[in-house]
Design a protein around this ligand. Structure first.
Ligand code: C5P
Length: 313
């Protein structure tokens, strides 16, 4: 196989609870993560010189060892004693530093693509330990990956939702439930995840997700109840640092979202809409003030995903 193209979907956190600070400096999480149809495409080829090369269509994305996709290639080559090089080309659609796990998803796509390209035949679970060395969200981003290309020759995924614990790497896959209209608004700044966690004071957290109730709503794929139970304990921290996040959230509700939430450590806010027309109207309104506005559905493999519409504002 000469070239392999792997889809790298973004994720949103539908709930995010922080239980306590651990001895290793990380925070113990309980979070429902959900893959959405905002997708980077990662093209991987063997590099005859034995080097690692990374390029992308986004000049802001580094092409050196500070890029998580580069680190993924490096780690794969050393852990699996693979005496090859790789050329990685990333079509970047997921905004950077957005709370959408774009970098983590690219890294997962590199691990998965190299696993297939060099015929290592590991399953996603077997690559999970390697993935977690790259970042807390990378194991989730490996979820749902498939081994065979779609008719278009691309390695897609079947779409995953999981309850993540530990640092985010201990995963329990949840049943499929598709959210038809998810509107994402990313304000024009990036947030440092590390800084948000540093500013978190656990004894001051007043609102936490009811994860058990959320899981019951998810099990029934009950959109109204899913929307009602969206809570992220990092939201108030990031909002204190960047009040614009609260303004976007209020806008989502005003424009008809069932509910809205900041994803991860932010700053992206997503709104869940029941109807296409309301979601499209909201997208138009936000597009006057924000460059990065995306209307998507849940990420789902094969034919289901053919209906997914990515509309950039
Ligand atoms: O794992 P990752 O490199 O993505 O995490 C970035 C930073 O976010 C960590 O260095 C840590 O400060 C913080 N973090 C945390 N607890 C987690 C995940 C991330 O404190 N469960």
């Amino acid at each position: 196989m000469e070239t392999i193209t792997v889809e790298a979907p973004a994720k949103v956190n539908l709930t995010l609870d922080v239980k306590y600070k651990r001895g290793d400096g990380y925070h113990e999480l309980e979070s429902v993560m959900h893959q959405i149809g905002l997708i980077d495409r990662v093209v991987i080829r063997p590099e005859p010189t034995g080097a690692i090369r990374v390029r992308s269509n986004n000049p802001a994305l580094p092409d050196d060892q500070t890029n998580l996709a580069y680190q993924a290639a490096q780690l794969f080559l050393s852990e699996y004693k693979c005496g090859a090089g790789v050329d990685i080309s990333i079509e970047k659609n997921i905004p950077l530093g957005a709370g959408l796990a774009g970098g983590s998803s690219d890294a997962a796509a590199v691990l998965w693509g190299m696993n297939l390209l060099f015929n290592y035949k590991r399953g996603p679970e077997e690559l999970s330990a390697t993935a977690s060395r790259l970042g807390s969200d990378v194991p989730f981003c490996l979820s749902g990956k498939v081994s065979h290309p779609s008719p278009g020759g691309i390695i897609a995924g079947c779409g995953a939702t999981a309850l993540a614990r530990g640092r985010g790497e201990v995963l329990e896959l949840l049943p499929e439930c598709r959210l038809p209209w998810i509107l994402l608004v990313k304000p024009d700044f990036q947030v440092s995840t590390r800084e948000v966690y540093q500013n978190l004071k656990l004894d001051e957290v007043t609102v936490r997700p009811d994860t058990r109730a959320f899981l019951a709503a998810w099990q029934d794929c009950d959109m109204m109840n899913i929307a009602k139970k969206l809570v992220n304990v990092l939201e108030s921290i990031s909002t204190k640092m960047y009040p614009q996040i609260a303004a976007i959230k209020a806008g989502m509700i005003r424009y008809g979202a069932l509910n809205a939430l900041m994803s991860g450590s932010g700053p992206t806010v997503f709104g869940i809409f029941a109807e296409r027309t309301a979601a499209q109207r909201a997208r138009e309104k936000f597009s006057h003030d924000y460059r990065e506005v995306f209307l998507v559905s849940s990420y789902g493999g094969g034919e289901a995903n053919a209906g997914t519409e990515i509309i950039a504002g």
